[in-house]
Design a protein around this ligand. Structure first.
Ligand SMILES: [Cu+2]
Length: 152
């Protein structure tokens, strides 16, 4: 009888071993790492450059020139004196928060060459100089504001 028990014990041991091995084979393999080709290639959004209002200008009217003081440093129009060639255009920009004008002549004695009228903040005015000479201009609202265009 001992012999049978031993055989039974061995065989049951073998069965358990087989079960254990098969169980090991059944264990699911670790899932393969996601292939790099499946990466969603996100196309970078094109950088939208903000359209700056900062327009190109040759002469600007800076802030606070609606009060006297800028004439002391000659900075009511910047630059207050500009030299160009005949046929060139000058663009003025009102970079102030107040109205200004670009008017040919001197205060009290305007000439008929050009007059921007009242320029709103951020508004521009341009004029093409087709004659050579020295052209004074001023602001009709602020007597202390003056500038000069030299056309060669
Ligand atoms: Cu002004």
């Amino acid at each position: 009888m001992r012999k049978w028990k031993a055989i039974l014990g061995i065989s049951s041991g073998i069965i358990l071993l087989i079960i254990a091995i098969s169980f090991q084979f059944d264990t699911p393999e670790p899932e393969p790492a996601p292939e790099s080709t499946t990466d969603l290639k996100t196309t970078p959004e094109p950088k939208q450059e903000k359209l700056t209002v900062k327009a190109e200008a040759d002469v600007i009217m800076p802030t606070k020139v609606s009060r006297p003081g800028c004439e002391e440093t000659d900075s009511c129009y910047v630059p207050s004196e500009i030299s160009i060639k005949k046929g060139d255009e000058i663009v003025w920009l009102n970079a102030d928060v107040a109205f200004h004008s670009v008017t040919s002549g001197v205060y009290g004695e305007p000439t008929d060459l050009f007059d921007s009228g009242h320029l709103d903040p951020n508004e521009k005015f341009s004029f093409t100089f087709n004659e050579s000479g020295v052209f004074d201009y001023f602001c009709t609202l602020h007597p202390w504001m003056d500038g000069q265009v030299i056309v060669e």
